[in-house]
Write a protein that binds this ligand. Structure first.
Ligand SMILES: [Fe+2]
Ligand SMILES: [Fe+2]
Length: 179
């Protein structure tokens, strides 16, 4: 597992949405979640920013429909918690199947750090479907599948995401300890 960021208490730009933040703040306060800032995911988007994009869009979508928005937000924020630079991973480790293997790595990391619901586990483990053959079991996991692909495309081509969403710099009130 990677080294946690040195200062997990530094501000992070998040949607100005108190209900959303209440659903994810314990995750966002964790140094290993914040360490996703250190890794580029797509284009010039960090892994943490990508996860926040997927998490918030999935939260809005599920909330509007009365689905399990909190679990969608939490699963979305943790779905890529694999904690390495995938651009260098194959060369450094000889493991050439990041696309297939990283959901399980993310789930193992998330499961070690947090108490996950079955739906959150489903979201993380099956977010790469249909590349990974087993389909999700919940509609919230399908929402993450959809927004993960949408955000990945927009980030890769440097297109704006969440540009109409008001944001704020957020600092955890009680930074969690790395485990
Ligand atoms: Fe992923
Ligand atoms: Fe992703």
């Amino acid at each position: 597992m990677t080294e946690p960021v040195k200062d997990a208490a530094r501000p992070v730009c998040v949607p100005r949405d108190a209900e959303y933040l209440a659903a994810v703040e314990d995750l966002l306060a964790h140094p290993l979640v914040r360490s996703m800032e250190e890794y580029t995911q797509h284009g010039d988007t960090s892994c943490l920013r990508h996860c926040l994009n997927v998490s918030y869009l999935s939260w809005l979508y599920c909330k509007e429909r009365g689905w399990h928005a909190g679990e969608a937000a939490r699963g979305g924020l943790l779905h890529d918690l694999f904690l390495y630079d995938w651009h260098r991973h194959a060369k450094e480790t000889g493991e050439y199947f990041h696309g297939y293997t990283h959901p399980r790595r993310a789930l193992e990391n998330a499961d070690r750090l947090f108490r996950l619901t079955e739906r959150e586990k489903d979201i993380i483990l099956h977010h790469m479907w249909p590349l990974t053959v087993t389909p999700p079991h919940s509609r919230e996991a399908y929402v993450i599948v959809m927004f993960d692909k949408y955000c990945s495309l927009m980030e890769t081509f440097h297109k704006p995401l969440l540009q109409r969403v008001a944001t704020q710099e957020w600092i955890p009130s009680r930074p969690a300890q790395a485990q």
